[in-house]
Design a protein around this ligand. Structure first.
Ligand code: PRX
Length: 688
């Protein structure tokens, strides 16, 4: 395998066969459209706007914004006053346009052989029914609904039902702990939650309902009542209760409980509050008029970690997000109607929102929805599924690629994969070695690779190659998507022209950008617009090379990107100091060969405590239980004291170096006590 650095300048041209039929075939075509999207956003986006149904047109300007905090509050409005409904556009209109019998999702369960499918018209019926269920439960425009579900079609049904009636969905990844779920329910003041009894992930059985129950009682203790909890019976035992044969036909012949015995699987239940999904869906009307929403009405919120405080409820609105999800899906994946597309992300993350649900459905695509993991029953599962459904476009995370590489090529090469055309990555920087493996082994050197850089906040891809046009370099996300004007700034806020490295910022709004942080517009302004007035600050660093290619260098704040999931070091620290033995804690990001980054913690223990192996385990578990399994630190080291400035601020820059065993600490003159450094090196985790 080639060395990381020596290969990074290699250029890969778009595959000729793909280029011939691509929407954008050359860099020249890209550049012309790109110029228009920057110089005249209205004329560019109007063409996308016109592909949708609008009950009424905008009442004011197409785009109205203030990106400069010095001139007043930050505000971004696309198409204000226009009335539409995203659910109507992505379901009813597709059905009206003859796609009713087209498969919207092939559903592939955790166990090979558990599968099902749902067409556009079936999906529409389910969505209308669940929208009526929500209305019967008293849910109306602007109400927040929490969703904590596995990757099953009902998750899409629930989110689109919210969108149909103007309720705001707040999906929480079903790997978060009860406490994290409770924090999010409370912040959003959700009146109802939709969940499932449980789910298998690989060999692990998760009791989702019990996690939700604990979250609801935590909310109750903090004076917030979740009135209704709708529960999908996913694990059986009585599959005949499921309506319309929509879900996993195999499961219905023989319950999963029967197939893979679940000893003592029980869920708790509170009559009046908890209701089975199938009981509600059995009798409800299957027609539901969409509620016409303003283009700037909220569509959903999704929580993402912040450097400080509780996670931020990133708020996306209706019209702009609809245009952006649709356009990025079409161009980045060069979508054509006969494509079979598969994004492996969980809908609980933004990637699943935009590129499992909204983007593909808006384009009338057929997608695969996968419940399981890449390693179950073995490390060939992804490629078995690619062959089973003849997937053309496959979209996953660098962490998944790196972990599959480790199992060897045979798990890949024993499958044909001949349907593959485009391979995408998202969520974290991809190292050139993993990029090349993806290209050569998975893609047989015939596929285009799209390394898509974006964020929960951006709503969709912002820096990405276009598969038919962009010559790619392994590890570079290449060039901006239409409407995105990136700039690299120095620490002092000067624009770096030509080659150079600095803060990645965007100079003007695009339709999919978040509009606010739920309930805290000031936090929105402070986080993204204060450091560099006039720019949206991504919080990532970037480097521009001599050919103008952008290379994302990673977070420049205190967020850690573990396997593509952002976590704040502050969240981890607050979990650690809840343990009775911990006086103080600091955590930093640390390189990890598979996860990209992992969490390395320094703990100062209270008098009388020693950092035994047992205590290390307890502390790791503490974080795991408080946040979720994916947040578990990899390393915990003893820190009799932490390196601080005279004003008491922890110097994380130094801690990162200590974790890496790097004695080149730079300027340490601002440290209150330099002697802590040697002590910390002494206790450094040996296997880090
Ligand atoms: O640091 C960047 C990294 O993931 C962050 C956004 O995380 P999140 O909001 O959870 O959304 C993830 C899915 C869009 C970014 O600030 N990131 C995302 N994609 C890439 C990336 N870093 C490098 N290259 C990427 N392609």
């Amino acid at each position: 395998m080639a060395e990381t650095n020596s290969v990074s300048d290699e250029v890969f041209n778009p595959p000729v066969s793909l280029q011939a039929q691509a929407h954008i075939k050359t860099m020249q075509e890209y550049e012309e459209l790109y110029r228009e999207s920057i110089d005249d956003p209205e004329s560019f986006w109007k063409r996308i706007y016109e592909t949708f149904y609008w009950k009424s047109p905008p009442t004011g300007p197409f785009l109205d914004y203030n990106f400069d905090i010095r001139k007043g509050p930050i505000s971004i409005k696309w198409l204000a006053g226009a009335q539409t409904n995203i659910c109507y556009n992505i379901l009813d209109r597709n059905v009206e346009n003859g796609l009713g019998d087209k498969v919207a999702f092939y559903w592939e369960g955790n166990n090979p052989g558990d599968d099902g499918k749902i067409t556009y018209s079936e999906l529409l019926v389910q969505v209308c029914k669940f929208a009526n269920v929500l209305k019967d439960l008293g849910v109306g425009v602007g109400d927040r609904i929490a969703i904590y579900m596995p990757m099953i079609p009902e998750l899409t049904v629930a989110m689109l039902a919210c969108a149909r009636i103007g309720a705001i969905h707040s999906i929480v990844f079903a790997g978060y702990s009860s406490e994290s779920l409770a924090d999010r329910i409370l912040d959003a003041e959700c009146c109802a939650i939709v969940t499932a009894d449980g789910v298998w992930r690989g060999n692990k059985l998760l009791n989702l309902k019990n996690i939700v129950d604990r979250a609801m009682s935590l909310c109750e203790k903090r004076n917030h009542l979740v009135n209704k909890c709708v529960v999908v019976r996913h694990l059986g035992p009585k599959c005949e209760n499921l309506v319309d044969g929509m879900i996993s036909n195999n499961l219905c012949e023989e319950s999963q409980l029967g197939k893979r015995p679940v000893h003592g699987f029980k869920i708790s239940w509170q009559d009046g509050r908890d209701i089975w999904w199938h009981d509600l869906m059995g009798t409800v009307d299957s027609v539901c008029e969409p509620v016409w929403m303003d283009a700037e009405d909220p569509l959903f919120m999704l929580y993402t970690s912040g450097s400080t405080g509780i996670p931020k409820g990133v708020l996306h609105t209706t019209g702009g997000y609809m245009m952006y999800a649709t356009a990025t899906f079409k161009y980045t994946f060069d979508f054509h109607p006969d494509d079979i597309y598969w994004c492996t992300a969980d809908i609980g993350w933004i990637t699943g929102h935009t590129y499992v649900t909204y983007g593909p459905l808006a384009n009338g695509a057929t997608s695969v929805m996968f419940e399981g993991t890449p390693f179950y029953p073995d490390a060939g599962r992804f490629w078995a599924i690619v062959d089973k459904y003849k997937v053309n476009t496959f979209y996953t995370a660098p962490t998944a690629i790196r972990s599959l590489m480790k199992f060897g090529d045979e798990f890949v090469t024993k499958y044909s994969r001949s349907s593959l055309r485009i391979l995408g990555t998202v969520g974290e920087p991809i190292n050139p070695e993993a990029w090349l493996w993806y290209h050569r082994v998975v893609g047989n050197s015939t596929c285009a690779i799209v390394d898509t850089f974006w964020q929960t906040e951006t709503g969709g891809h912002v820096i990405t190659p276009l598969p038919g046009a962009t010559p790619t370099k392994p590890g570079s996300a290449t060039f901006p998507f239409f409407g995105i004007l990136p700039t690299i700034l120095s620490e002092e806020g000067h624009e770096i022209k030509g080659t150079g490295e600095g803060y990645l910022v965007f100079k003007q709004p695009w339709p999919g950008i978040m509009r606010t942080v739920h309930g805290d517009h000031e936090r929105f302004e402070t986080t993204y617009f204060k450091k560099f007035p006039g720019y949206y600050c991504t919080g990532d660093g970037a480097h521009r090379d001599k050919d103008g290619y952008l290379w994302i260098t990673g977070r420049i704040d205190d967020l850690v990107n573990v396997s593509g999931h952002l976590l704040s070091t502050a969240e981890v620290e607050s979990a650690l100091i809840e343990h009775h033995s911990v006086a103080e804690a600091a955590s930093v990001s640390h390189p990890h060969p598979i996860k990209g980054e992992c969490i390395y913690c320094f703990v100062t223990l209270k008098e009388g405590h020693n950092l035994t192996d047992e205590l290390v385990m307890e502390l790791k578990n503490k974080v795991r239980h408080k946040i979720g399994p994916f947040a578990q630190p990899d390393f915990i080291q003893n820190a009799p004291a932490l390196p601080k400035t005279r004003s008491g601020k922890i110097m994380r820059r130094i801690l990162r170096k200590i974790a890496r065993g790097d004695r080149d600490l730079g300027d340490t003159s601002t440290l209150a006590d330099e002697s802590v450094i040697d002590v910390l090196f002494k206790y450094r985790a040996q296997d880090a």
